[in-house]
Design a protein around this ligand. Structure first.
Ligand code: BGC
Length: 417
């Protein structure tokens, strides 16, 4: 099987600007300042059932855990971080550019920040790592969030203009573009459940926000592709394999949820998407109308470890006949006890799907570094590389070396008998 493993397969890890860069000023930094103390007070109800509670409750109760501030200082340390990724055998890297840096005022683009991201891309290229650029990973410039954010009537146009400028600036160096990251998760948390900025609530807001992102994606696709025949534009979607326990009502619910959650975006952007970016974390078992996962193995966040779900999800995506990149797959695992096995099992599931005809072309572990995990703050540890935030020290975890071995063994397999 190894010998037939695709030659140009991309292996790497993913990050997002706000979670690693540090020093940002955007809608999230404002929200963090306003909500950190509340989040610290709510830790017991949110986290006390988790395995890490007794060990980490001190950190969870500290309001500073909820303020991104310097994050991993990756903005200044990207060269060293990419050296580490390269040393681990990565030949690709997914990252996002920060809209609030590039367009800090409406219609005003900051050339020095564009230069910064050019340097980021050049650093990747110099190390033989293919850049996968995400335009938007959840944060907004203040001028936009204060003017209504995603629900601003001109959001699709603004996003198009941003994409156009990014295309002009980086289009020569970046072949793979991801317009939006996890539109469903963002709209769910920011517009339906109201737990992320701007704390919208309700189905109408959810649907309007999702439609705005779909419109933004379509416009970004057109401007990016215009005159650039060699680039590929997709989106990263957080999809979950919904497993029916078998009753007719569970089958029916699965069909419904699949349409709403997994396939809605793909259907609405048909013709304006060159590949599917799949972010896979866990599956959902539907039993008697309820979500009932066995949760035999869980991460520090209590998320189920279920590699079979990745296989099943990939098989369900086969119908679209589009190339697939796994743009995120990872585990919060502070002691690095489960990560190596997690990676091994998910890659095996991916390979099985490839053998069964799914066109997967890349795998990006989430994340290269420990980072700022949105409303949960810094305590969940997803990184292949551990970060000591007090002194910004990086330590390669043992699982990262295991992942490196998997990468090498797949490459060596190529070299023939
Ligand atoms: C997001 C990341 C996040 C990860 C782990 C994904 O939903 O794209 O930004 O850190 O999950 O929660």
């Amino acid at each position: 099987m190894r010998a037939s493993f695709p030659k140009n397969f991309y292996w790497g890890a993913a990050t997002s600007a706000h979670q690693v860069e540090g020093g940002n000023t955007n809608n999230w930094t404002e929200w963090e300042k306003a909500n950190a103390r509340r989040l610290a007070l709510e830790t017991k109800e949110r986290f006390s059932a988790l395995p890490m509670w007794s060990r980490l409750k001190g950190v969870m109760r500290d309001f500073q855990n909820y303020i991104s501030k310097d994050a991993c200082d990756h903005y200044n340390r990207f060269v060293g971080d990419f050296d580490l990724a390269r040393s681990l055998g990565h030949n690709a890297h997914r990252f996002s550019i920060e809209w609030s840096r590039i367009e800090p005022k409406e219609g005003v683009f900051d050339e020095s920040e564009i230069k910064h991201y050019r340097a980021v891309i050049a650093a990747l290229r110099e190390r033989g790592m293919e850049p996968f650029l995400t335009l938007w990973h959840w944060t907004l410039p203040l001028w936009l969030s204060e003017g209504g954010g995603i629900l601003h009537p001109k959001f699709p146009e603004y996003f198009e203009r941003f994409a156009m400028r990014a295309g002009e600036a980086f289009g020569g160096e970046v072949k793979f573009w991801i317009t939006v990251n996890e539109p469903e998760i963002y709209c769910l948390n920011s517009y339906y459940r109201g737990i992320w900025p701007p704390e919208g609530r309700g189905l109408v807001a959810y649907y309007r926000a999702l439609s705005a992102l779909i419109a933004g994606h379509r416009r970004a696709y057109s401007v990016l592709k215009n005159g650039r025949s060699n680039i590929h534009v997709g989106a990263s979607l957080n999809l979950s394999w919904f497993e029916s326990a078998g009753g007719w009502h569970d089958d029916f619910l699965k069909m419904l949820i699949d349409q709403i959650w997994n396939f809605h975006f793909i259907k609405r952007v048909r013709g304006t998407i060159d590949f599917i970016g799949l972010n896979y974390y866990f599956h959902n078992r539907i039993e008697s109308g309820l979500n009932k996962n066995a949760n035999e193995r869980v991460s520090d966040l209590g998320w189920e470890i279920y590699p079979e779900g990745l296989y099943r999800m990939l098989m369900e995506l086969k119908r679209y006949q589009l190339p697939i990149y796994i743009t995120e797959n990872g585990i919060a695992d502070m002691y690095d006890a489960l990560r190596a096995e997690f990676i091994r099992e998910h890659i095996a599931a991916m390979e099985r799907a490839m053998k069964d005809g799914v066109d997967v072309r890349g795998y990006f572990y989430w994340s290269l570094l420990d980072n700022f995990e949105w409303d949960k703050g810094f305590w969940p540890r997803f990184g292949l590389i551990a970060v000591d935030y007090t002194i910004q020290k990086r330590t390669i975890r043992a699982s990262a070396q295991e992942y490196a071995k998997i990468i090498t063994s797949h490459r060596e397999g190529l070299l023939g008998p």
